[in-house]
Design a protein around this ligand. Structure first.
Ligand SMILES: [Zn+2]
Length: 371
């Protein structure tokens, strides 16, 4: 009884001013996308650099503006026109609001493991096809009677079935250029396109990952869905700042399309939360923006965007605060009204900022940016 009371109080404290709890959660990650691009838009020095941008004048036309608010809106219109109005954005370090990975390594496998297991493992697993010994929130939910068969993951990077332990359970993880199972015509088209791709790298095109996920969403209505985009990190490693920006912009557009679907589908409308984040940051300088890892300063700096049920319309957080990626697993559980427990210690759920009043969601709400 005492425990129930404490848990109820914790829930009320954490989400006291929030909208109604979520029935469904969609988690999206955009691999290795820096907080600098999310909050400041395209970087002037890099945009002007012919080392990493092929057509600097066209890139400037698309993504540059002297006003920071307008600049970031050009890169991420959905983030700054919708999430900033109706949801919450964490990680603008210029405002003292910090988000970091808690793991030491600042590369993808440990980063995703931290997000989904809620634990910053000291055990180093490199970016290889090695099974994760830790239980993660997706696997745990899929083992839960209420969510069994209603959890799915679609990822661009082919290592995800190992990070999320597909082998050790029944959690379906479609990753890399793996075919989709559906017997509908969209699944046929997706499989035909995938089979026709001659050079299959470790990371599938994000648009294909998105189409796989969206088709599954429409056909099966999962309660918990994970979409892992990966091309941003690939192009950053290849020193292609122009394509890195285009991929961020493309991810924003796909998330906008997804949100529109969720908010116009009777199963998901007004009872679904979308959480968007990344697995690590990158270097903060012209010399190391492309890199990340233990030795790269700033590459542990991340961000989070939250929208939908249970999330107050607090906008861009300016609260002096430090959050960690390891808090997301418990946040997902709390949003769904369950408690994620496993053998390892789990980061506590995020205290979603309720300092500002919940704004009334209005279809024609004006953009917050100044022009
Ligand atoms: Zn990387």
């Amino acid at each position: 009884m005492k425990l129930i009371l404490i848990l109820s109080l914790l829930y009320i404290t954490t989400f006291s001013h929030a909208q109604s709890p979520a029935k469904n959660v969609v988690i999206i990650t955009i691999d290795g996308t820096r907080w600098q691009e999310i909050f400041k838009g395209a970087d002037s020095t890099l945009l002007h650099s012919i080392d990493c941008v092929k057509d600097t004048s066209l890139m400037l036309q698309q993504y540059w503006h002297t006003d920071e608010a307008e600049r970031r809106r050009r890169l991420l219109p959905f983030f700054w026109q919708v999430i900033a109005q109706d949801g919450e954005l964490l990680g603008n370090r210029a405002l003292g609001n910090n988000v970091n990975v808690a793991n030491l390594y600042k590369i993808s496998y440990p980063g995703y493991s931290e997000i989904f297991t809620g634990y910053a493992d000291k055990l180093f697993i490199p970016n290889l096809a090695v099974n994760n010994p830790r239980m993660n929130i997706l696997q745990w939910l899929n083992n839960h009677p209420e969510y069994h068969g209603k959890v799915a993951a679609f990822c661009s990077w082919r290592v995800f079935p190992f990070i999320l332990n597909e082998k050790n359970g029944e959690l379906p993880v479609n990753a890399g250029y793996e075919s989709v199972d559906g017997i509908d015509s969209t699944s046929d088209v997706i499989n035909d396109v995938q089979n026709g791709i001659f050079e299959k790298n470790n990371t599938r095109h994000d648009m294909l990952t998105f189409e796989c996920a969206k088709n599954y969403l429409v056909q099966h209505h999962p309660r918990v869905l994970y979409i892992g985009f990966g091309e941003t990190d690939e192009f950053a490693h290849h020193h292609q700042y122009d394509t890195y920006l285009q991929k961020i912009h493309q991810a924003d557009a796909m998330i906008a399309e997804l949100w529109y679907y969720l908010q116009t589908d009777s199963y998901y409308k007004n009872n679904t939360t979308v959480i968007i984040t990344t697995d690590h940051g990158r270097g903060g300088k012209k010399s190391n923006w492309n890199a990340h890892g233990f030795w790269v300063k700033g590459s542990g700096q991340t961000w989070m965007a939250l929208l939908g049920s249970g999330i107050p319309a607090a906008g861009e957080s300016n609260k002096n605060n430090q959050a960690y990626q390891k808090q997301l697993a418990a946040t997902v559980a709390t949003l769904l009204g369950v408690q994620f427990t496993t053998k390892h210690h789990i980061g506590k759920p995020l205290a979603v900022d309720s300092a500002k009043e919940i704004k009334t969601v209005c279809a024609n709400s004006p953009a917050i940016v100044s022009r």
